[in-house]
Design a protein around this ligand. Structure first.
Ligand SMILES: O=C(Oc1cc(O)cc(O)c1C(=O)O)c1ccc(O)c(O)c1
Length: 185
């Protein structure tokens, strides 16, 4: 997995550029990126944790299911703090499940398990941690989507060109599954 260090657009995030320093972030700070209709905010990433874990939020409007994908080497958590988010996941034996998560609910997606989600209410928010032997992958969001200094959702969805999905995904342990079908729907 590619490891990238602080860049120019992150100067306003409040995260100190040098690792090993304690810090606090106020609501709305953090490194932000827009991808599809969602706002991703990274509060701590591999740069701060020697690539052992990250901590981020994903906020979005009610919308479409995101593309199904799998992480060969990354474990993810989905802890919903606002709204309602339907998580779709398939285990390594091919059994599919979906669950509507509301505030306080939690979903765990191990490596190698195809998954996707759909925000089912406006102003939904998920707290995420994603890490594994390959490191952390939080810079995927700004590389596939667009870094932003805005604190809100994108005015228009940021839809990457199809060819970027595989290219950026491979750098961040994300494999998109264009032919995947959810039979639970
Ligand atoms: O968002 C999460 O993931 C993604 C969103 C996308 O639009 C494309 C993706 O490939 C991913 C991904 O996981 O790779 C996400 C959101 C919330 C959360 O708790 C996570 O662990 C991941």
């Amino acid at each position: 997995m590619t490891i990238e260090y602080a860049t120019r657009h992150r100067h306003a995030s409040g995260i100190p550029p040098e690792p090993g320093k304690p810090y606090f972030l106020e609501k709305g700070e953090g490194d932000r990126a827009h991808l599809f209709g969602d706002l991703f905010t990274i509060y701590a990433g591999g740069e701060q944790t020697e690539n052992t874990f990250n901590f981020f939020t994903c906020e979005g409007p009610r919308g479409d299911i995101i593309p199904a994908h799998v992480h060969p080497d990354t474990y993810e958590v989905f802890y919903v703090t606002a709204g309602a988010v339907r998580l779709f996941v398939e285990d390594t034996e091919g059994d599919q499940q979906e669950k509507l998560l509301t505030p306080g609910d939690f979903g765990f997606v191990p490596k190698n398990c195809p998954h996707a989600y759909r925000m089912e209410r406006h102003h939904s928010q998920v707290v995420g941690v994603a890490a594994g032997p390959a490191g952390t992958f939080e810079r995927f969001f700004e590389n596939l989507g667009a870094p932003t200094e805005q604190r809100g959702l994108p005015h228009d969805p940021v839809v990457p060109p199809a060819e970027r999905l595989d290219e950026v995904g491979h750098r961040y342990d994300v494999r998109f599954l264009p032919d995947h079908r959810w039979d639970t729907r």
